[in-house]
Design a protein. Structure first.
Length: 408
């Protein structure tokens, strides 16, 4: 007879076979792409295998239901999309674990008094269309669907067009108040994106909240010219200003207590022997205090503007997304802590600087999160790793919590 570890390993391996790039070793499951479609097929197959009823909501999110759906549903899950060349566990672990936990409850003979559901939200990473947690933002009304329809990827393909090619109607996107009203609580299990549990020697922990964070797009407009014939003093080179933007972010972040990253820069026309006409820089900024993040971004933009003035470059800054800090539901957190203790562990609680769908939903339904230990402490990278015994422990904790909430 298959053990919980056997079932988890088999299920996770099926999903992990989808979207891995052989050259980098990382995953490229981008929303509405070919690999995303295969992952969505996996979700439907897993739902059928366990005996759940699957559906797609108006925003493209996937659901698998056990029991009726009148109200007060207990929901768990995460996302299937990845960053470019990301790891196997980010998002995927939470979906596999939710299915495995429900399967354990079904096999134990327990029956839900409240409906139970597994969910996979679309475009959590924002890797293709630039705005993270789109599935939960759309469902909760945190973003204008018209804005989402117009988002484009790096190839100029709109979200609306990509969604339609994925078999969903983009005209139906938007707040789903009726669905939200049916949710009693949401628990998201996720691999830890850091070393907190490694340092505590704990396989599973409770997340107390999420730091405020956001993404800003800086456009630097100069003048294209010849790399050989243009005197250095005659140039209006936005790449010089972009280089300063990177160093300013690093220099200013320490004093502000903020984690700032510039991981994406695009130059136009992006040729070797041409001074760039324009450069676009994306900033990711996070911190424990929302005001500190705001002041850091303002200070950073001001510093870049000073450099730009020296080089005759124009600057414009646009906020692509921003999320305030979130504290998760304390009662639900205590349920998770008790589940950890019941399964033989010691409950720990800590905040995270990573964004999640749980943080978006927290303003609408009681929400909580579990972290599973990341053996390497590395995330958004192929080096990301959760050991199978820790994952199985996470499933056991999640099953205990879901059972306490829905079956008792």
């Amino acid at each position: 007879m298959a053990t919980p570890a056997d079932r988890f390993t088999a299920s996770f391996a099926e999903l992990a076979a989808i979207g891995r790039d052989e050259s980098s070793g990382g995953y490229r499951r981008l929303t509405w792409g070919e690999h995303d479609a295969r992952a969505r097929d996996w979700f439907r197959a897993e739902s059928l295998r366990i005996g759940l009823r699957d559906e797609v909501d108006r925003n493209g999110n996937l659901w698998a239901w056990w029991g009726d759906q009148p109200s007060d549903a207990v929901v768990s899950g995460s996302h299937l999309d990845t960053v470019v060349d990301g790891g196997a566990f980010d998002g995927a672990l939470g979906v596999v674990a939710a299915f495995a936990a429900v399967e354990q409850l079904r096999e134990s003979g327990r029956r839900p008094k409240r409906p139970l559901a597994v969910v996979a939200f679309i475009e959590e990473e924002g890797a293709r269309f630039g705005v993270p947690t789109l599935g939960s933002r759309l469902m909760s009304g945190a973003i204008d669907p018209e804005r989402v329809r117009g988002l484009v990827d790096r190839d100029g393909i709109s979200f609306s067009s990509a969604m339609r090619s994925g078999g969903c109607d983009p005209d139906g996107m938007g707040v789903d108040a009726e669905r939200l009203s049916r949710l009693g609580c949401f628990i998201e299990l996720h691999i830890e994106q850091g070393r907190g549990l490694v340092d505590l020697d704990a396989p599973v922990g409770v997340i107390s909240g999420v730091w405020p964070h956001g993404r800003w797009r800086l456009t630097l407009s100069g003048a294209a010219d010849h790399a050989g014939t243009t005197l250095m003093e005659d140039r209006h080179d936005p790449m010089i200003v972009a280089a300063g933007a990177v160093t300013h972010a690093r220099r200013l972040s320490g004093a502000a207590g903020v984690r700032a990253t510039i991981g994406r820069i695009e130059a136009n026309p992006n040729t070797t022997n041409t001074i760039a006409a324009a450069t676009t820089v994306w900033l990711d900024a996070r911190g424990p205090d929302e005001e500190a993040v705001r002041l850091f971004v303002e200070t950073w933009v001001h510093a870049v503007e000073g450099d730009a003035a020296d080089h005759g470059v124009a600057v414009s800054c646009a906020e692509e997304s921003r999320s305030g800090g979130v504290s998760f539901d304390e009662t639900l957190g205590r349920t998770l802590a008790k589940a950890i203790e019941t399964t033989g562990g010691e409950a720990t609680a800590m905040p995270t600087a990573a964004g999640h769908d749980a943080a978006i939903l927290a303003g609408h339904v009681p929400t909580a999160m579990l972290h599973v230990r990341n053996a390497t402490g590395t995330s958004h990278s192929p080096a990301e790793q959760a050991e199978t015994p820790d994952c199985v422990r996470g499933v056991a904790v999640l099953a205990e919590a879901l059972g306490a909430l829905a079956c008792e």
